[in-house]
Design a protein around this ligand. Structure first.
Ligand code: B16
Ligand code: MG
Length: 212
């Protein structure tokens, strides 16, 4: 029986990936190379420092640990400039309606995101009040596909893993939910998210009865 829904942020609630891409691309350009939107797909659900490692690999750039931290800090400042311009109309279609229906049925709502900026983003898009618990990059020691972020979400909502349903747009996130023993609904393409229990293209097609 489902008692809590655990939501990823980027790609599920809102599309911050476009802003991550802009900021990471600026970093790459300043280091003398570029990368594509296709490559950017690989960064979804992955932590900031893991993303940086992948990008530096694409550009064959070697940096010291100190330089890596400095570039990651710069990228985050550029990213936050873009986040500060976000507005509530960027919330993905059908999300507020679905979360409202969960609240009406007393189903708990938690965030399970790799981002360290999740609260700020939820504030900007006016979605913070929907969440009973927020587990994000500030709370976790192991990134997706490790189940830690979702297991902490289950605990924070007083639910067993089998009582939770995870919503994820990234392969690593789907794997994290399954590793935690949860039902996982993929958001995006069924070809890519084939490890999910089922996949929706967006929340317009999601109803409460599909949780059970
Ligand atoms: P930050 P999610 C993830 O969010 C993004 O998909 C990923 O591209 C990003 O690197 C990661 O958050 C960390 O974000 O730099 O803001 O801490 O999909 O787990 O909500
Ligand atoms: Mg995501």
């Amino acid at each position: 029986n489902t008692k809590a829904c655990l939501f990823d942020l980027d790609g599920v609630i809102v599309d911050t990936a476009v802003y991550h891409f802009q900021a990471w691309r600026r970093l790459a350009n300043e280091l003398g190379f570029d990368f594509t939107e296709h490559q950017n797909e690989q960064l979804k659900g992955i932590s900031r420092m893991e993303s940086l490692e992948l990008i530096l690999g694409w550009g064959n750039v070697t940096l010291s640990e100190e330089e890596k931290v400095a570039w990651a800090t710069r990228k985050n400042a550029w990213y936050l400039d873009l986040v500060m311009q976000m507005t509530p109309d960027e919330v993905l279609k059908g999300v507020p309606e679905f979360l409202t229906s969960l609240r009406a049925d007393n189903i708990k709502i938690a965030l399970g995101s790799a981002s360290k900026n999740s609260k700020l983003i939820l504030e900007r898009i006016n979605m913070l009040d929907y969440f009973d618990a927020i587990i994000d990059g500030n709370n976790i020691t192991k990134g997706k596909p490790d189940p830690q972020v979702f297991l902490m979400g289950a605990e924070a909502t007083d639910c067993k893993p089998e009582e939770c349903v995870v919503f994820e747009d990234a392969v690593a996130g789907v794997q994290a939910g399954k590793a935690g023993g949860m039902k996982v609904i993929g958001v995006g393409s069924a070809d890519i998210l084939n490890e999910a229990d089922f996949v929706i293209a967006g929340f317009e097609e999601m109803t409460i009865d599909r949780l059970f």
